[in-house]
Write a protein that binds this ligand. Structure first.
Ligand code: ADP
Ligand code: MG
Length: 332
């Protein structure tokens, strides 16, 4: 039975030793800063993500869910760059110490970090009015300069991993707003896609020598694809009928809501990437190897903008929008 966590230092002690230490870590948790030895690869990818209570997770979310989502979002950013996860820091602001919540948080954080080989090397712990969890993570790019948003080329295929939209509908399930009549197994599957997203680390690594551009879908497929299009100075056509549909999505009673979730729902952390049509068999082989569906949903065009076509090839006039912070509060 671990000692009770009563204050900042008890909490830090609980976090110490949570993840295996890499050989090159000279100093981890316990000093003013972590010191890591760096040899071999010269390129590092850095990312940071913040989760705010009541914005990024329901206030009632367990420590397990919050830890999983906090680490998975950062690992997903590393995956989208094609990086190998290496180490992270954790800035934790909590309104108080709920020993059970903190234990759940630490257990999941340790398990997930260990599974992905990423080491917790430091952080900060403070008290504040609401829970805010910020991770900074970094990874190695041993054999390329990073999978960028800006590399998409005219004629490229646009692929997506797994089934975007599941997490957004999963959140509805978590909040108890799921459509009636949905089977319990589907409800549970969708909820898990929101509470425990899988960062596509192995896919990102494999795409290093294959994809021209990549992004992880955090704020909605259409919006995140839009970032790739602008960064690459290209446009795209997307065939909505090709969007992958899981059994749980197919079972959702309102299929218009499924399409909205697939295009504009956030929180999936699937990868969207573009590849040359010449590499279709390589992408298919990769999907097979990873046991992960990779679906071609569109094509990169020279004409700017994103065109969404329905099953009959007609243009969708009012495509759904993704999530934007501050969009409801702008003063000008
Ligand atoms: P300082 O005041 O010098 O910033 P702290 O007392 O805040 O040091 O932290 C002591 C040690 O514990 C540091 O090595 C710091 O990186 C680590 N630490 C503090 N909070 C966390 C946390 N939430 N997760 C991981 N390590 C932490
Ligand atoms: Mg400090």
């Amino acid at each position: 039975m671990p000692a009770r966590i009563e204050d900042e230092f008890g909490l830090i002690d609980r976090l110490r030793g949570l993840t295996p230490q890499h050989e090159g870590t000279l100093t981890g948790i316990g000093d003013d800063a972590a010191v890591l030895e760096w040899s071999g690869p010269t390129r590092l990818a850095f990312t940071t993500d913040t989760l705010v209570a009541d914005v990024h997770f329901p206030l009632a979310a367990s420590g397990d869910v919050v830890a999983h989502r906090a680490l998975a979002t950062n690992l997903s950013d590393l995956a989208a760059m094609g990086a190998v996860p290496r180490a992270f820091t954790l800035a934790l602001t909590l309104p108080g110490i709920d020993a059970e919540w903190v234990s759940d948080f630490a257990r999941t954080l340790g398990a997930l970090a260990t599974a992905w080989g990423i080491e917790l090397v430091g952080g900060d712990t403070t008290q504040g009015p609401v829970a805010v969890i910020t991770l900074q993570a970094w990874g190695e790019l041993p054999d390329h300069r990073g999978l960028l948003r800006s590399g998409a080329r005219v004629g490229d295929d646009i692929y997506v991993s797994a089934c975007p939209g599941e997490a957004a509908l999963g959140l509805q399930c978590v909040l108890g707003r799921a459509a009636t009549g949905l089977e319990e197994s589907h409800r549970a599957a969708l909820a898990a896609r929101y509470t425990h997203p899988t960062p596509r680390v192995a896919l990102g690594r494999a795409l290093g020598g294959l994809a021209h551009a990549a992004i992880d879908i955090s704020d909605g497929l259409a919006q995140d694809l839009g970032h790739v299009l602008r960064a690459s100075d290209v446009g795209a056509t997307l065939w909505t009928a090709r969007l992958p549909v899981s059994a749980a999505l197919a079972a959702w009673p309102d299929q218009a809501a499924v399409l909205r979730a697939a295009l504009a729902g956030g929180d999936d952390y699937e990868l969207l990437f573009t590849t040359s049509p010449a590499d279709r068999s390589a992408v298919a082989a990769l999907a097979q190897q990873l046991g992960l569906p990779l679906t071609c949903i569109g094509r990169i065009d020279a004409e700017p903008g994103l065109r969404l076509l329905d099953a009959e090839g007609r243009l969708l006039e009012h495509p759904p929008q993704g999530y934007r912070h501050f969009s409801g509060t702008a003063s000008a």
